[in-house]
Design a protein around this ligand. Structure first.
Ligand SMILES: Nc1nc2c(c(=O)[nH]1)N[C@H]1C(S)=C(S)[C@@H](COP(=O)(O)OP(=O)(O)OC[C@H]3O[C@@H](n4cnc5c(=O)[nH]c(N)nc54)[C@H](O)[C@@H]3O)O[C@H]1N2
Ligand SMILES: Nc1nc2c(c(=O)[nH]1)N[C@H]1C(S)=C(S)[C@@H](COP(=O)(O)OP(=O)(O)OC[C@H]3O[C@@H](n4cnc5c(=O)[nH]c(N)nc54)[C@H](O)[C@@H]3O)O[C@H]1N2
Ligand SMILES: [Mo]
Length: 762
């Protein structure tokens, strides 16, 4: 048997140095190549990386930032290389591995250790009462799932989760299967991610997506980046920020942390970036307090309203509703409350208003720093309000830019992966397939956990993702899933969710983006949609991690055939030739007419967006809507801090690539908590001290009873974050986020505002 793989996943060698002030540059690429060599070896690394984001190649499984139309010889970033290396690794998890490690043992392992073991090769089954996973044939595995599904007394007892790497083709088949089977229980990672953006934007502008293209970003006069860390999570965005800067754009960063990638960029693809000083990015950096953005954007609206000459009165009159109420609600402002909520000074907010006043084309980008708060939906609507004041939607260089996470999370939604599908979509599905899709809304992520907890749901299936570790309240989520009769994971790599099993459990290994997908009609391509609504083809060329692996489409179609023997849908035809799936998509999903031929276009095609294309707003009033909200900001009682749970530079959500957070000066460790030195002094704590993080939660209604949750042994890192704010990495800190602490209306866990206190560890 192969020698045990050594994975250094403890904090024993933790080193801390001061945070950096610039991102990327040559060292970044060197670091990434080192990881690629470790996982793939030199020949495979070269072969694979040359096809990344190239015409005829595969779409980067990293983030959803779009590719520029003209591709550089090497259009990839450090973290894209890591994502590819993680998937294209030559390491393998075989049946012998599962014979050696019990499920209980796996449960005690970190996601880093689990992920480093390599690619899954064989379907594995845990029988009721068993302690280990054992190999099972594909046929028997899918029979087990079909048997459970057919045995449920109500289709709503099944839950079908999706993570955002799933291709359009697989996502379409998956949602069709769920609906033909009879449920809308389709939670997805979006529920924990940009759901607040979708909810806010649909109401405000009539579409739950961004309204800008890459060209708009490059041509904006003012770019605001709020609640986003592009240096780590969307490194290719830095090239766009640099290009905008070269055209004279101003950049404003709104972030409690001084993120290196927002301060300066050293582009490894230009000589200036390699040997020169790099490009300074943010002209104004506002270190807002966690959850203070709503107050900030309301104050900004207030200030702009006082300068009538900078408003776009024609746009307001022609294209919007609700302006009078909005203006009235911001006629006066409580500056003390605003300064408390934002942690910023009046003059800093005036400076922001000056930037807006000067710009004739403003684009606002955001990510999890805005979406994962109790008042996230209202905050994002206040952001939109400010754009509407100056007509900054549907004109070149201007608009909203919610920067998506997973590479196809936006596409999965477009394909109907949603617990609240619209009537139009369902009707089109019914017409195309002669089914009657259920109309009742299904469970989102948090409601799915509650359903398992309360015994209403019995079968959990996931196509991708790491549900137990990614969802809030890890212990509650795990205990709920353990009540399931069956848990099924279609996965490329081993992760913590595989070690939390229902009475019976299955791991179904699948091929990834980088790999060749061979079906009876030949090699298949798939398609994905990026954050700016560009749809393009992706085709992997590597030999699959194991010859017996099935594609996600094959697994779903075969499962559907077995579960629904009377179905008139031709599942084998879809599995055999993905063009059949795309012809169905073309018939069902608006914007996909002539899908197959348009996919031929290098770089793909742009989906229609009424606000972007023609300033048309499909809202209730038929206009873009100003919304009025009372200002709210999280309360932080004395002796406490607000904790945000963030990503390090060496992770992809729950996939941990390594133990460093390069730009923040962390090496060989993850159990750290970043705190402002003045707060440390006030709390009687000090740098390097080891503390437990205890979250305190009074329920959404501020109940008398306080719930406490604890995460042990974190080392304090004195850090220049905003006052009264702290930061630590997820998934380790997900135990602290209460399941019921979610954003109003979007139900997204409030991963960026957890009220905590720090207790010296014993
Ligand atoms: N390499 C890599 N790439 C990724 C991912 C990854 O894990 N690794 N994940 C992907 C996914 S799924 C997603 S959703 C995106 C996530 O991309 P990001 O949203 O950039 O990810 P986070 O690490 O959660 O960072 C949140 C940022 O918002 C700031 N922030 C937190 N709270 C607030 C607040 O209240 N106000 C303001 N103004 N700022 C705040 C934080 O300081 C931090 O800079 O990245 C995607 N790309
Ligand atoms: N505390 C806290 N929690 C958070 C967040 C936060 O900021 N703070 N962020 C939230 C966000 S934004 C998101 S998007 C979610 C992410 O939630 P998920 O999407 O559920 O989690 P990931 O870690 O991205 O999933 C990684 C797993 O996906 C599988 N995988 C990778 N590629 C493929 C593939 O091609 N096919 C298949 N079938 N499987 C594949 C691998 O097995 C891998 O272990 O987490 C959320 N959770
Ligand atoms: Mo995400």
């Amino acid at each position: 048997m192969a020698r045990e793989l050594k994975v250094q996943d403890s904090d024993d060698h933790l080193e801390v140095s001061p945070p950096l002030h610039s991102a990327a540059g040559v060292p970044a690429v060197t670091r990434a190549m080192r990881m690629a060599m470790k996982q793939m070896g030199p020949a495979r690394s070269g072969r694979t990386l040359l096809r990344l984001n190239q015409p005829g190649g595969f779409d980067c499984p990293g983030c959803a930032w779009p590719d520029p139309g003209h591709t550089h010889a090497a259009e990839f970033c450090e973290n894209g290389v890591k994502a590819v290396a993680e998937e294209a690794t030559t390491r393998r998890v075989t049946p012998e591995f599962f014979a050696k490690h019990s499920i209980e043992e796996l449960r005690g392992r970190t996601d880093y250790w689990l992920g480093q073991q390599g690619r899954l090769t064989t379907p594995m089954h845990k029988a009721p009462g068993d302690t280990h996973y054992r190999p099972v044939s594909w046929d028997a595995a899918l029979d087990i799932v079909a048997g459970h599904l057919r045995g449920l007394s109500d289709p709503d007892e099944a839950v079908f989760y999706t993570s955002g790497r799933t291709s359009n083709e697989a996502a379409f088949c998956y949602q069709l299967f769920a609906r033909a089977y009879g449920t809308n229980n389709m939670p997805d990672c979006s529920n924990m991610c940009h759901e607040s953006s979708g909810t806010a934007l649909t109401e405000s502008i009539g579409i739950g997506k961004g309204t800008v293209t890459l060209t708009d970003v490059e041509n904006a006069e003012l770019l605001v980046v709020a609640g986003q860390n592009p240096g780590t999570n969307h490194p290719r965005m830095l090239s766009a920020l640099e290009a905008a800067k070269k055209c004279g754009a101003r950049i404003v960063a709104i972030n409690p942390l001084p993120e290196a990638g927002l301060i300066k960029f050293r582009n490894p693809q230009t000589p200036r970036g390699v040997i020169g000083p790099g490009t300074p990015l943010a002209d104004l950096y506002l270190q807002v307090r966690l959850g203070g953005d709503q107050a900030l954007f309301q104050a900004l609206g207030h200030l702009l309203l006082q300068r009538p000459d900078v408003l776009d009165k024609d746009f307001i009159a022609q294209h919007t509703s609700g302006f009078e109420e909005y203006a009235a609600s911001l006629a006066t402002l409580d500056w003390d409350a605003t300064e408390r909520a934002t942690g910023l000074q009046h003059s800093e907010i005036e400076a922001l208003a000056d930037e807006f006043a000067r710009s004739r084309a403003t684009t606002i980008c955001w990510a999890m720093g805005l979406t994962q708060h109790r008042h996230a939906v209202a905050t994002i609507q206040d952001v939109v309000d400010v754009l509407l004041l100056q007509g900054n939607i549907g004109k070149p260089g201007a608009g909203v830019c919610p920067v998506r996470g997973h590479s196809n999370v936006q596409g999965d939604r477009t394909m109907g992966v949603w617990e609240k599908p619209g009537e139009k979509f369902l009707q089109a599905l019914d017409d195309e397939f002669a089914i009657t899709a259920p109309r009742e809304h299904g469970y989102d992520v948090v409601d799915a956990v509650r359903a398992f907890r309360d015994g209403h749901a019995k079968v959990f299936m996931a196509v991708g993702g790491n549900f137990v570790r990614a969802t809030s309240d890890t212990d509650v989520t795990a205990a709920s899933l353990e009540k399931a009769a069956l848990t099924v994971h279609v996965s490329t790599k081993l992760n913590g969710s595989h070690a939390v099993t229902g009475d019976e459990a299955l791991i179904l290994p699948t091929i990834g983006r980088t790999e060749e997908d061979l079906q009876v009609s030949g090699a298949q391509r798939v398609s994905v949609e990026d954050s700016m609504s560009m749809v393009h083809a992706s085709q992997g060329r590597l030999r699959p991690a194991d010859p017996t692996l099935l594609s996600e489409v094959a697994i779903i179609c075969e499962l559907a055939r077995k579960t629904l023997p009377d179905s008139t849908i031709d599942w084998p035809a879809m599995r055999g030739d993905y063009r059949v799936i795309r012809s169905h998509i073309a018939a069902v999903v608006p914007g996909f007419e002539h899908f197959e031929t348009r996919l031929e276009h290098p770089g793909g095609f742009l989906l229609p967006s009424p606000p972007r294309d023609e300033r048309r707003f499909e809202t209730q009033s038929g206009k873009a809507t100003f919304t009025t909200h009372e200002m709210w900001a999280p309360d932080c009682p004395p002796g406490h801090l607000l904790l945000q749970t963030v990503r390090s530079h060496d992770q992809y959500n729950t996939t941990i690539y390594g133990m460093d957070d390069h730009y923040r000066g962390i090496k060989d460790g993850r159990r750290v908590v970043f705190v402002n030195p003045d707060d440390l002094a006030e709390l009687g704590l000090h740098d390097e001290q080891i503390v437990d993080i205890v979250s305190v939660w009074r329920g959404t209604a501020g109940a008398d009873e306080v719930e406490e949750r604890r995460a042990d042994r974190f080392r304090i890192v004195s850090y220049p974050t905003a006052r009264s704010c702290a930061a630590a990495y997820f998934p380790e800190t997900n135990v602290l986020v209460p399941l019921d602490s979610t954003a109003k209306r979007s139900n997204t866990p409030t991963s960026k505002t957890v009220v905590v206190r720090l207790e010296p560890s014993t």
